[in-house]
Design a binder for this molecule. Structure first.
Ligand code: HEC
Length: 154
């Protein structure tokens, strides 16, 4: 055999072997009574934007495509989903204190206006999640008016 054949064979063996490392994708939970969208502060167009651009990493309702189960992609997806849910989990929205909800809305405003969120690696694979200027503006307006509304209702 030629050297390149050994190398290729080695890569295939490694590629198969890593599939046996547990992927640790955070579990999916479809029933979330405390969810943001069910809480009455998100109207229809905004709900769709958040679902398609943010919910994979910031809710318990992650939609894992087939390749997200294949190592090493699975390790990256597991890490972003775990860390995303730790920072902000829209599925637990109604369990949060008012101050935490306000802080999250404020963070959403800055992350989205600075185009840090959704993560670029994500929109590269999910072009439908990319926000245009109009959608970004809609999120900012929603976050601002919701902050005012929550404070007034208190
Ligand atoms: C691919 C996964 C992914 C997607 C999609 C995603 N996020 Fe995130 N988000 C993360 C991760 C990971 C973190 C924590 C690390 C960081 O701040 O970069 C985070 C952090 C945040 C934070 C907290 C930032 C801080 O430092 O306080 C906010 C707010 C946020 N995301 C909002 C959003 C919004 C709004 C969307 C949709 C428009 C979105 N994210 C889409 C993965 C994601």
């Amino acid at each position: 055999m030629k050297t390149w054949q050994y190398l290729l064979g080695g890569l295939v063996v490694i590629g198969i072997a890593v599939q046996f490392v547990p992927n640790e994708l955070p579990p999916v939970q479809t029933s979330n009574p405390g969810d943001l969208i069910g809480s009455g502060i998100v109207e229809e167009p905004m709900a769709n934007i958040l679902k398609s651009a943010c919910y994979d990493c910031h809710s318990n309702e992650t939609n894992y495509p087939w390749y997200s189960h294949v190592a090493p992609v699975s390790w990256l997806v597991a890490k972003d989903t775990r860390e995303g849910r730790e920072e902000v989990n829209f599925s637990n929205w109604q369990d949060l204190e008012l101050l935490d909800q306000l802080a999250i809305l404020d963070d959403i405003s800055s992350e989205v206006s600075e185009e840090h969120m959704p993560m670029p690696i994500y929109t590269w694979i999910h072009p439908e999640a990319k926000l245009d200027e109009n959608q970004r503006q809609q999120i900012l307006t929603w976050a601002e008016t919701t902050m005012d509304r929550l404070v007034e209702e208190e």
